[in-house]
Design a protein around this ligand. Structure first.
Ligand code: 5RP
Length: 220
């Protein structure tokens, strides 16, 4: 296992402490989440079922023998566990590197506690070194891209990619995210934007940061 994988695994093990038995759990998407699913598969908590943020996570959960239920059926969740591409000390995040941002944002919005797992390389003072993923509808993507340029951004269409919802993603460089909630609101107001990968209005509640000296916990 690479050093980074070891850190992701350590964060995933720490996240296990937040699992609530006899209820549904929300599960995100990405390589850190894959480690978390491995931990679940080894420890076998008594879950009612899982609510998944992507087809990839659903397949992995089912392969490990877990029941996956729709969010429509499960309702509000006690806990949602996911990774992030970047996170600041206010626990605001950039997500969507894996393209699952829309389902992630929906699940996060109805979860009491968002537990975010990262290795220390993802913790930043100001968000924005990682390009901001924005899921858009296909017919509006050029119009939206021009408006993003007016806001100071440099959008790039993610090549050969469609989300699980069938939409393209623009990865936007250079946006000033020093006021992340204001920018999230501004971007959400552009017609045709499906989801902005800024999680500032709904940040994490618990941040587990794995580093050389162990896992640090930050809370809001
Ligand atoms: C997927 C996400 C992931 O949480 C994010 O990309 C982090 O992935 P990884 O754990 O592989 O670094 O937002 O849409």
């Amino acid at each position: 296992m690479s050093k980074q994988d070891e850190l992701k695994r350590a964060a995933a093990e720490a996240a296990y402490e937040y699992v609530v038995e006899d209820d549904y759990i929300g599960i995100g998407t990405g390589s850190t989440v894959d480690h978390f699913i491995d931990v679940l598969a080894e420890r076998r908590p008594a879950l009612r079922g899982c609510v998944s943020s992507s087809e990839a996570t659903t397949a992995r959960l089912k392969k490990a023998g877990f029941d996956v239920e729709t969010l429509n059926y499960a309702g509000n969740l006690p806990v949602y566990v996911d990774g992030a591409d970047e996170v600041n000390r206010r626990l605001e995040m950039i997500k969507g590197g894996g393209g699952a941002l829309t389902r992630e944002k929906v699940i996060a919005s109805v979860s009491r506690r968002f537990v975010c797992m990262v290795d220390e390389s993802k913790v930043v003072d100001i968000l924005g070194h990682f390009p901001l993923p924005i899921e858009v509808i296909e017919m509006g993507r050029s119009a939206i891209a021009r408006q993003l340029v007016q806001l100071g951004g440099a959008p790039e269409l993610r090549e050969d990619f469609k989300t699980d919802n069938g939409n393209p993603v623009l990865d936007v460089y250079n946006l000033d995210l020093s006021n992340a909630t204001a920018m999230e609101d501004r971007l959400n107001a552009i017609p045709g934007v499906v989801t902005v990968g800024l999680f500032a209005r709904r940040p994490a509640d618990v941040l587990l940061v794995a580093g050389a000296n162990g896992v640090n916990t930050l809370t809001r």
